[in-house]
Design a protein around this ligand. Structure first.
Ligand SMILES: C[S@@+](CC[C@H](N)C(=O)[O-])C[C@H]1O[C@@H](n2cnc3c(N)ncnc32)[C@H](O)[C@@H]1O
Length: 193
């Protein structure tokens, strides 16, 4: 299985989008609500239909960027959020993207990548953050399968993977997951060293 833009576009075209919450994720919304600096530069890679990007922008986080390889998902987003600045929408492969951000948001993007790319993800996220910038979001705490996404993992694996480039500020069971993910995800705040 090649997890490329064609694969993901096809999933969006066929509405085979079991991961899609249809609204901003509750744990992320609660995290966003306590951020005071609304001017910081935020990136949401693998943003899908982009509910978190839409929420942030509508709540005056004016420097929010979304990144997504599927043109269909980007099209869905633009239809729903027509006033979102077009120069903050990146329809591109994550690993080809360049930039510098204060905050990167993770939700079901890491688990959608081929597991061979995990170290590359850590490197890329680190390179896209300023020093002291944060990777914040949700990582699945489910057995690792190698057949198809979502690819799982656990706290030990994530600690090993991220510790070289990030200080682990929070890595704990998410207490406010949506019901279908309760007990299956970790909330993380990782600070670039
Ligand atoms: C499981 S979906 C999650 C979407 C969104 N984060 C959500 O929670 O609804 C994974 C998303 O990552 C995107 N994606 C996968 N690989 C990508 C890559 N290399 N670059 C950019 N986007 C990618 C897919 O198109 C898909 O929208």
């Amino acid at each position: 299985m090649q997890l490329n833009d064609k694969y993901w576009n096809n999933r969006y075209e066929k509405l085979e989008t079991g991961w899609d919450l249809g609204k901003v994720s509750i744990p992320l919304k609660q995290y966003f609500e306590q951020i005071s600096d609304k001017k910081q530069k935020i990136l949401i890679p693998g943003s899908g239909n982009g509910y978190e990007g839409e929420y942030l922008f509508n709540n005056n986080f004016i420097n929010t960027h979304i990144l997504e390889c599927s043109s269909k998902a980007v099209h869905n987003f633009i239809k729903r959020a027509p006033s979102f600045p077009k120069n903050q929408i990146h329809n591109i492969d994550f690993f080809s993207f360049e930039g510098k951000f204060n905050l990167i948001i993770e939700q079901t993007f890491f688990c959608a990548l081929d597991i061979k790319l995990r170290k590359d993800y850590v490197k890329k996220v680190s390179s896209l953050l300023v020093k002291g910038g944060k990777l914040v979001g949700l990582l699945f705490d489910i057995p690792l399968n190698t057949a198809h996404p979502p690819f799982g993992g656990d706290a030990n694996e994530y600690l090993q993977l991220f510790s070289e480039k990030f200080k682990v500020e929070v890595l704990e069971r998410c207490y406010n997951s949506i019901s279908s993910r309760r007990g299956k995800e970790l909330f993380v705040i990782l600070v670039k060293k």
